[in-house]
Design a protein around this ligand. Sequence first.
Ligand code: DGL
Length: 280
Amino acid sequence: MNASLSKKPGPIGIFDSGYGGLTILSKIKEALPEYDYIYLGDNARTPYGTRSFEVVYEFTLQAVKKLFEMGCHLVILACNTASAKALRSIQINDLPQLDVNRRVLGVIRPTVEALGTITRNNHVGILATSGTILSESYPLEVNKLFPNISIIGEACPMWVPLVENNEGANEGADYFIKKNITSLLNKDKDIDTIILGCTHYPILIPKIKEYTAKEINIISQGKYVAESLKDYMSRHPEIDSKCTKNSKCTFYTTESTEKFKESASIFLDESIDVHKIAIE
Ligand code: DGL
């Protein structure tokens, strides 16, 4: 148990390797506007999607520890790659030593829970980083909850760099988006639902729709993660009482604050307060 961690209530921590988690944060803020939030983007070390299990785990644990030190009692890994590769180890091995009363939650389970009412024919596709696809986290979770749903994945290693470099709306993006969607749909022609299993991808929706039949549901996770968090707070008053409520949101990045402010404007419709932080 880390005795230096403050027992005082604090903000909810939202973590992502970069900007993608902002698509989750904005939906969480809509559903739970009264809470305080700290957003931490590890922009200096993004992307995580092509990194090994060990490295994603190490970076994610560093971020979680930092958010705990900053007063968070609840941290959401608003990153599928971190949720796939680090969440379970942190919950099982690290939390008991860090502080048994703090919580770390991910984005995969709430997304999969929503699937059951969305697909009509039980043919689902998932687009995600190589790390998330290789981890098999989505098929494993889907199998547990909905064994009758078939889920096929496609890794899209170029999509996060396109978003992080603000190239998602430009012509160059079309090549990679078309290529990955065509490849996914060739694996299963009956897919009626596609999960965007990376928090960066909702930014690419206008182009994704250009290459997808309009009958196919495209699922962005933010709404489902936010609904699930709201439900979690109502079921866990012991955690809720540890979360402050002044509607304040502060942003931290491991990269330049100017760059963060500029790029975050693609994701958020507000001016923001950004600080630089080191998390190694
Ligand atoms: N946004 C992250 C996710 O949901 C991944 C980005 C990255 O590759 O760093 O998987």
